[in-house]
Design a protein around this ligand. Structure first.
Ligand code: EPU
Length: 417
């Protein structure tokens, strides 16, 4: 099994190019199911979850052409297998995103019910309730969601909680429904906005995306389009935190400051010097960061996908930071591993109190989810000696060549067997 070996110490200096956003690319790839024409996508990140989605779509009959690893042409004329099998859904929960578009275009879909995962139980009942509100008949049988509707009907649906993929699934269903759909308490995440913009290029009539009320006027069919996937705000934030830990000065290219304001505010509070312009963010950090307190919440507040990386930053900060996770019930798995590196963290329910220490010491660590693994990598950059991060297939799901990008700015990091 592959591991990352990191020797802590060097500061980071130079430039990193940010990849396309995983959590925008996955729903947008699934949006190709909504038309028989070709959807051409650029800035697609080269990630294991993207490959899994490609495999899922090809299994359904989608023709997928790739000019290079970051450009896809998807043609849905031959889609005839309306199913996401357990074997793929169990490796990637985002497979649920084929449910809405498949049902909307073909009148039927069978998608394996995703189970729980390392960070929480993660049910999908809002996806199902929303589709039912639009007239779908849904049966859960043999571990599969079986949805049928000759043509979905526009409806008003108020979600019980803010759900990102739930909003995306219902948005993709509503674009081909008969009549107007209003999604209330919708997710405002930039990835939802990016999906909506791609759907609009395909002929969908959507307004209010980026607010908590999205209105969709259904159309009879969508057509082909070309779309560039937005930059990955979590990859951007992860590298910013890496500089907070390792110190130095790094320019991040192909990204945008306006998609991660809450993260930039917290980094400034921690003492970072940050500048941003059109398509770039620069960070400089020469001292020990000041501990920050935060609470994860839906966008535009602080993202749960950055919680572990800020925890890592706080471990070496001056003072004490209090971190509260409100989105997922089990997203503190990095805590015990950071403690093995010398961090002082006390957990009480959904809150972690992190007292900054003067040094971390390298250790062999592992994590069972993507962002937890990222937090261990960036902690390793600042720890004394060697850190081995095991089970890095989690990292490969969501970070494109993380070792090459960090190595390019001076980190001592290599992939080993
Ligand atoms: N929830 C329900 N019922 C539902 C849907 C959600 O109870 O029907 C709960 C979840 O269990 C969770 C909360 O609502 O407690 C929010 O979950 P959400 O549905 O928003 O999460 P998601 O759509 O499954 C996406 C990202 C996650 C990210 C979360 C929160 C994708 C593919 N995944 O997941 O990304 O953490 O939103 O922002 O977009 C990651 O990239 O590492 C990652 C986990």
């Amino acid at each position: 099994m592959e591991k990352l070996k990191i020797t802590g110490g060097p500061s980071l200096e130079g430039e990193i190019s940010i990849s396309g956003a995983k959590n925008a690319a996955l729903p947008i790839l699934c949006a190709s199911l909504l038309t028989a024409d070709t959807l051409r996508l650029t800035n697609v990140p080269q990630l294991r979850d993207v490959l899994t989605t490609q495999k899922l779509l090809q299994g359904m009959g989608m023709r997928v052409m790739t000019d290079n690893v970051h450009e896809f042409e998807l043609t849905g004329a031959g889609v005839d297998k309306l199913e996401a099998p357990y074997e793929l859904v169990k490796t990637m929960r985002a497979s649920i995103l084929v449910l809405g578009p498949t049902l909307a275009r073909f009148g039927e879909a069978r998608v394996s019910l995703p189970g729980g995962c390392a960070i929480g139980s993660r049910p999908v009942e809002q996806h199902i309730k929303g589709l039912q509100a639009m007239g779908a008949e849904i049966n859960i049988e043999h571990g599969y969601i079986h949805a049928r509707a000759k043509r979905l009907k526009g409806a008003r649906f108020m979600s019980d909680m803010v759900t990102v993929t739930g909003t995306e699934n219902l948005l993709m269903a509503a674009v081909l429904a008969d009549g107007v759909t209003v999604l209330e308490n919708a997710a405002r995440e930039p990835e939802v906005v990016d999906l909506a913009e791609c759907l609009i290029k395909m002929g969908a009539k959507i307004s209010g995306h980026g607010t908590d009320t999205i209105t969709v006027e259904g159309v009879a069919s969508l057509h082909g389009a070309e779309h560039a996937v937005m930059p990955d705000r979590i990859e951007t934030g992860t590298f910013l935190c890496a500089v907070m830990l390792a110190r130095g000065k790094v320019l991040l290219r192909n990204t945008r400051a306006n998609i991660l304001e809450s993260v930039l505010d917290k980094l400034r509070e921690a003492g970072a010097y940050i500048e941003a312009g059109d398509g770039w963010i620069a960070i400089e950090m020469r001292e020990r960061p000041k501990a920050v307190s935060l609470r994860t919440l839906p966008y535009p507040a602080f993202p749960t996908d950055m919680q572990a990386q800020f925890m890592a930053m706080n471990t070496l900060a001056t003072g004490t930071g209090v971190i509260t996770e409100t989105i997922f019930e089990n997203r503190f798995m990095h805590v015990s591993e950071l403690a093995r590196m010398g961090a002082d963290i006390h957990i009480d329910g959904h809150t972690a109190v992190v007292r900054g220490v003067e040094r971390l010491s390298g250790a062999t660590v592992m994590a069972t989810d993507l962002r937890a693994s990222a937090s261990l990598v960036i902690a390793g950059l600042a720890a004394e000696g060697e850190t081995i991060v095991d089970r890095i297939y989690h990292l490969d799901r969501g970070y494109e060549h993380i070792e090459a990008k960090l190595g390019g700015v001076g980190a001592l990091i290599e992939r080993t067997q």
